[in-house]
Design a protein around this ligand. Structure first.
Ligand code: ES4
Ligand code: ZN
Length: 360
């Protein structure tokens, strides 16, 4: 529709997208086949179309953990630098087509180096980074990488497999600083939030800041508002999700006062039942704007969070434009408010002032 066209034409930044969450079933299958791993794909019997359709039907979730289990399973087939390149380049093509000028892309190194496979960190980062370089020259998309720590990988978490030693996140960080410092712009914190507070990672974030890396963290998605405060207290500059700040006026006040950007992901919050469980079915963006917060809209895991917007007609998929369209409908955004959200995203990016001029 007209709104979708308007949204696609607006220059935007995407500040919260997990590259592993852009893995579409068709690409999972193609990469599995070139790695000789199609036999490992659950339910695959040689009918590509049927398998992709069945994968899409699995992408319905009760909560964050239900999603994460499928998301991490998809990562199994990623083995080579070219796999990571293709994954990142596929996302960059879609993002650029949707009007994204700047993308700050999350990746989960420990998924690939420890949990699902034992790949060298260089395979992951070099592949993703080469795609970012090519996206800049080939697509005019300024793409940068943020390396996320898996928040469930600490000794106090009993269900992590294999169990995580305390030094794991710091050793990943030290390797990245030693060998890949110029290929990442910052660090983040993601995965299972409840019971895994940001304060556990204080030392890791302190080290990241000392190395000049920018810091973000998921907080207040399924976890309590107090986790947002903890994230700010360990030096985080931008909060991913943060929607549950609305449960604590003191947290809202601090976020507004310090003008901390929040990277809200409306399709994700719908599809992981965050909107239903914590907000009585209401999209929280209206209340956040009214509270004077610096809200940005983002896609989170667009290959997994498709479909919600379809009932408003026109836009399909879970990519960035869909998140604007659904929020405009649900929150009754004016055109000016849509423009403010897009401008917030460009202003909240970690690009230099000089780079930002190019994005607008
Ligand atoms: C995630 Cl929606 C969400 N929350 C926390 N961690 C994640 N990793 C990928 N998507
Ligand atoms: Zn996320």
């Amino acid at each position: 529709g007209e709104l979708a066209r308007f949204v696609r034409g607006l220059p935007k930044a995407e500040l919260h997208v997990h590259i592993e969450g852009t893995f579409e079933p068709e690409l999972i299958l193609a990469i599995a086949e070139r790695n000789g791993l199609e036999g490992k794909l659950a339910g695959y019997d040689g009918d590509a179309e049927a398998w992709c359709e069945s994968q899409r039907s699995l992408r319905n979730f009760d909560d964050l953990q239900g999603f994460l289990d499928l998301y991490y399973a998809g990562c199994d087939v990623l083995r080579s630098e070219d796999d990571f390149y293709d994954l990142c380049m596929s996302y960059c093509r879609k993002a650029a087509a949707g009007g994204v000028r700047r993308a700050e892309i999350f990746f989960d190194p420990q998924t690939h180096t420890v949990e699902r496979n034992a790949l060298p960190l260089s395979v992951v980062i070099n592949g993703l980074h080469r795609a970012c370089v090519d996206a800049k020259t080939g697509l005019g998309l300024d793409a940068a990488l943020i390396m996320c720590f898996l928040r469930h990988r600490h000794p106090g978490c009993t269900w992590a497999s294999p169990p995580a030693p305390a030094e794991e996140p710091l050793s990943v960080l030290e390797e990245a600083i030693a060998n890949h410092r110029h290929q990442i712009i910052g660090v983040g914190l993601d995965s299972s939030e409840a019971g895994n507070p940001p304060s556990i990672f204080r030392g890791v974030f302190q080290r990241a800041r000392a190395a000049g890396l920018r810091c973000v963290a998921h907080a207040g998605e399924e976890g309590p508002a107090g986790y947002i405060t903890e994230a700010l207290d360990i030096g985080v500059e931008r909060i991913d999700h943060g929607v549950r700040c609305l449960e604590e006026p003191t947290v809202v006040r601090r976020l507004a006062q310090e003008r901390v950007p929040l990277t809200v992901c409306p399709c994700s919050n719908h599809r992981l039942q965050v909107v239903r469980r914590f907000f009585g079915g209401e999209n929280p963006v209206r209340a956040m704007l009214n509270a004077g917060l610096v809200v940005t809209l983002n896609s989170d895991d667009p290959a997994y969070f498709f479909g919600h917007v379809d009932k408003f007609g026109g836009t399909h998929g879970g990519y960035l434009p869909a998140n604007y369209v659904v929020t405009a409908h649900e929150c009754g955004l004016s055109a000016d408010e849509v423009v403010v959200l897009a401008r917030n995203s460009l202003e909240s990016s970690f690009a230099s002032p000089k780079e930002k001029e190019v994005h607008i």
